[in-house]
Design a protein around this ligand. Structure first.
Ligand code: PMM
Length: 335
């Protein structure tokens, strides 16, 4: 949505074209795509406020702001909270806490994707996630299953999951896209190159933003061919997955280029290594994961001002507060 007020009384006569309608003139001069602040042209000429509309994904909450996806890792080895929520009751209680803090969706995962991680057996992944999904879904909450495996996704959906978050974007398990199409649930399609034991050796790009976008196109085409409704596919650039810190910052600074794919955007930067590197001590030691929440929240504010569809975070309350601040500011600016 572009809301523009053009004040021809103050617009310099030299900037007008005789043959233009006001609408054509506005379209010619306002190419502010992806600029959350909207300013394109000088204040003297006209005032433009651009607020990106939030995408609506059928079947998922629609709070009218950036959604918050709270992370519940039922794993012994996730990079920031491995082992903390491995026991069934601890994981369920953590999910309930995140809901209390205002999570719109709870993303339950049973496989760590930290660089170098080895994969659990399917039976172990199922054992970790299913009881947690059942219990949380029974409260009426919207639950997502974070898995690359069709078998796990299928049983999670049967037990109440309403979204599949596949960090491989359909590349790890050839049957995944078909299952998602048949079950009709929304699907997070992330940019991915390889499993965690090998992914960082593949962090090589000519231009990370255009390369990631180009590699996501065939993933999205495959989702289309499998029959997943296009409005149910959410994209995620995959921060930290076959990406260095430098790649992550480039992606963040040029996120608007993903608009070309025409899908809602989910961003998962919470507590990730590049934030630890940014906040490293004077001796160069990385800030520990749990002390990266303030930086995560700062990024949530930036992302909410851009009105990305969702953020995937560990600290839900802080991100909800950041989004409230961003929304209030956007309202003040005239949305
Ligand atoms: N990151 C992790 C796990 N799952 N899913 C999506 N869609 N995007 C991500 O960036 C992502 C993910 C790894 O982080 P964690 O260990 O904190 O869950």
């Amino acid at each position: 949505m572009v809301t523009a007020t053009t004040n021809s009384a103050v617009m310099p006569i030299t900037s007008r074209r005789q043959d233009e309608t006001p609408l054509r003139r506005r379209n010619r001069s306002c190419r502010g795509y992806g600029n959350p602040y909207g300013g394109c042209g000088t204040r003297r000429e006209h005032r433009v406020i651009r607020v990106t509309p939030l995408a609506v994904v059928p079947g998922l909450p629609q709070p009218g702001r950036t959604l918050v996806v709270g992370v519940v890792n039922v794993t012994p080895d996730s990079f920031s909270d491995g082992g903390e929520w491995l026991q069934r009751d601890a994981a369920i209680n953590h999910g309930l806490e995140l809901l209390e803090e205002g999570a719109d969706i709870i993303d339950v995962g049973g496989e760590s994707t930290r660089p170098g991680a080895t994969r659990p057996e399917v039976s172990e992944e199922l054992r970790r996630v299913l009881p947690v999904i059942r219990e949380l879904a029974a409260t009426g909450a919207c639950i997502s299953i974070d898995t690359m495996r069709t078998t796990v996704a299928e049983q999670a959906i049967a037990d109440g999951a309403r979204m599949v978050n596949d960090v491989s974007g359909g590349k790890a398990d050839p049957a995944m896209l078909q299952l998602v199409a048949e079950s009709g649930v929304p699907y997070v399609c992330m940019h991915w190159r390889a499993h965690s034991d090998d992914m960082q050796s593949k962090a090589k790009y000519v231009d990370v933003v255009s390369d990631v976008i180009a590699e996501m196109r065939p993933q999205l085409d495959a989702a289309d061919r499998a029959g997943i409704a296009s409005d149910k596919v959410i994209i995620d650039p995959g921060f930290g997955f076959a990406k260095t810190g430098e790649h992550n910052w480039q992606l963040l600074s040029r996120l608007q280029e993903f608009d070309v794919l025409g899908r809602p955007l989910l961003v998962g930067v919470s507590r990730k290594t590049f934030l630890g590197q940014l906040l490293a001590d004077a001796d160069g030691s990385s800030r520990p994961p749990k002390q990266r929440d303030d930086a995560t929240t700062a990024l949530t504010t930036v992302l909410a001002l851009r009105r990305v569809w969702g953020v995937r975070v560990h600290s839900v309350r802080a991100s909800r507060d950041a989004i409230a601040v961003a929304e209030r500011l956007l309202k003040e600016r005239g949305s």
